[in-house]
Design a protein around this ligand. Sequence first.
Ligand SMILES: NC(=O)c1ccc[n+]([C@@H]2O[C@H](COP(=O)([O-])OP(=O)(O)OC[C@H]3O[C@@H](n4cnc5c(N)ncnc54)[C@H](O)[C@@H]3O)[C@@H](O)[C@H]2O)c1
Length: 273
Amino acid sequence: MSRKNTRGLALRGARVLITGAGSGIGRQMALEAARRGASEVILWDLSSERAEAVKGEIQTAGGVASVGIVNVADRAGVAEAAKSILPVDVLINNAGIVTGADLLEATDEDIIRTFDVNTLALYWTTRAFLPAMRDRDRGVIVTVASAAGLVGVAKQTDYSASKFAAFGFTESLRNELRARGSNVSTLIFAPYYINTGMFDGVTTKFPRLLPLLDENDVARRVLDAIESGSQQLILPRLARIMPATRLLPVRAFDRVVDFFGINQTMDHFTGRR
Ligand SMILES: NC(=O)c1ccc[n+]([C@@H]2O[C@H](COP(=O)([O-])OP(=O)(O)OC[C@H]3O[C@@H](n4cnc5c(N)ncnc54)[C@H](O)[C@@H]3O)[C@@H](O)[C@H]2O)c1
């Protein structure tokens, strides 16, 4: 009944759509996918200036790219934009935002926007591109979640919860696809902080064990995971123990998280200014 995706999907010749491709790891994944021979990299972003700049970089290097100015939180806009693009081989749900405030300091709009972009958009993009993947029995749907989807972090009540939801979304989808014997697969990606600017100001207590990750390196690791057929990528390695620590009583779990300074990481957060 179920088949494990062990084959992976070669990026050479593949059509790859990346949301939030104008900046950070979205941009890096776009450049790297083109380098690996993607037949077209489709760059969705809110900012035409940033997305066009990435398209220019890809074209200069001899690759093929196109730009869509699409707000992934706009359900109708996503469905409409997808029509002229279908099918794609890889959908990377990467666009994301962060508030970075205590629950009572965040505005209602901040909270709604975080769930719109980080969680609900997963439904709109995936529902737009999955039918064609299923028809062709080929494709990978990548969810860029976060290590904050494994541990609820202080000053991230909206962000962490939106990323926990991203895990649930992806796991349920994986099981639906397995139940159908589909060759369409999912990949959940959960990184600790990355040096893109989105989380400017965060600090890490143990830079060797829990380093701020490099956006270039991270992008390569995600594309390696797509090509090798991995279904989950948690970076850095130490963050992989977090699910197991849930077996501890809550006080002990909190002590482990405090030991690693996780709840202080946001103390000096400024975000991109
Ligand atoms: N940077 C980190 O420390 C970190 C850590 C863990 C997870 N992540 C996740 O990685 C992903 C990318 O993060 P990044 O650091 O590269 O971010 P970034 O801010 O550098 O880039 C995000 C891009 O998404 C675009 N975007 C935002 N809202 C959008 C919308 N509604 N529709 C379309 N595009 C939109 C922005 O214009 C921007 O170009 C996010 O999902 C983020 O939550 C980041």
